[in-house]
Design a protein around this ligand. Structure first.
Ligand SMILES: Cc1cc2nc3c(=O)[nH]c(=O)nc-3n(C[C@H](O)[C@H](O)[C@H](O)COP(=O)(O)OP(=O)(O)OC[C@H]3O[C@@H](n4cnc5c(N)ncnc54)[C@H](O)[C@@H]3O)c2cc1C
Length: 263
């Protein structure tokens, strides 16, 4: 089976965040890394392909400045190839614009299934996978923790607040994978070396036949109105135990209505 995985490349958590004062968006000019949220769907895709005994994993990514560092990490894990769209026309792209570009990329592929993360670690609107499914007219299953293929159908476990529900749907489909649901393999030395020569196709908006004015800043329907420092959380209270600390803790729990005085 052939699986396409949406892979977002984001600024490394070690890089201090910087914002453009005019567009109020994150500055993304430095090196970008594989979003950890997407490493789980890469792992899930590799396992599905291994179980099915054929096919491969194609990574798809939309990114400014042709950055490939994050893709190389996923290629080192075992993906066969990557397709990248990078085009100055995409500057200021919002989540719907990203979904349009990803959907156009999926249309060029022969993918039985499209996997994505539930939400990215930097933008985290959590809207891209479902928008992409709508544009492709594919079923969408969100918050998925387990996937199996049964003939031409997908059987998933979809996480809920109480536990999980089983959802089945026909293929092709778009599935967004919950972070942390599979143990992600470390790329081996052999995998890292092999990733250097795996194909990364770079496309433009024109290659996809998309209208430039429905994308980028011109087509964006999302606008960041204001940017403010989040309120700092006050530091916690340290209760030194001289044998009676439990009394203070019980008092606090009662005052917060977590326990009642009569318990
Ligand atoms: C070319 C380009 C330029 C941008 N420029 C800026 C900028 O200057 N400043 C700024 O702050 N933001 C910028 N963005 C980010 C953008 O506004 C949103 O963050 C992004 O479109 C997706 O929204 P999200 O992160 O909320 O996705 P979510 O819906 O939270 O993501 C869910 C999942 O969708 C998939 N996905 C999401 N985005 C991508 C992607 N780009 N490629 C592949 N898979 C993806 C991943 O699997 C991800 O886990 C840019 C994005 C692109 C693609």
């Amino acid at each position: 089976m052939n699986v396409a995985v949406c892979v977002k490349q984001i600024p490394s958590a070690e890089t201090p965040l910087a914002f453009d004062p005019t567009s109020k968006t994150l500055v993304r000019t430095g090196p970008l890394v594989l979003d950890e949220s997407d490493s789980f769907s890469v792992e899930m895709a590799l396992r599905l392909v291994e179980q099915s005994g054929g096919g491969d994993v194609t990574l798809i990514s939309v990114v400014p400045d042709g950055e490939t560092q994050g893709l190389r990490t996923a290629l080192a894990m075992g993906a066969a190839r990557a397709v990248l769209v990078s085009d100055p026309l995409l500057s200021g792209l919002d989540a719907l614009g990203t979904a349009k570009v990803l959907a156009a990329m999926v249309r060029r592929l022969d993918a039985d299934l499209v996997l994505a993360g539930t939400e990215s670690s930097d933008g985290y609107t959590g809207t891209v996978p479902v928008q992409m499914a709508e544009l492709l007219n594919y079923p969408a299953v969100s918050f998925v923790r387990h996937v199996e293929i049964s003939g031409d159908h997908l059987v998933t476990e979809r996480q809920t607040e109480e536990g999980f529900e089983e959802v089945t749907c026909p293929l092709p489909a778009v599935v967004s994978v919950t972070a942390g649901v599979v143990e992600v393999r470390y790329p081996s030395f052999k995998g890292i070396m092999a990733a250097k020569s795996k194909p990364v196709e770079v496309l433009t908006v024109a290659d996809l036949g998309l209208e430039a004015d429905s994308l980028g800043i011109a087509g964006a329907r999302q606008e960041v109105i204001a940017l403010e420092q989040a309120e700092l959380r006050p530091s916690g209270e340290i209760i030194t135990d001289s044998g009676d600390a439990f009394e203070t803790i019980v008092e606090r729990l009662v005052s917060w209505n977590i326990i009642s005085e009569h318990q």
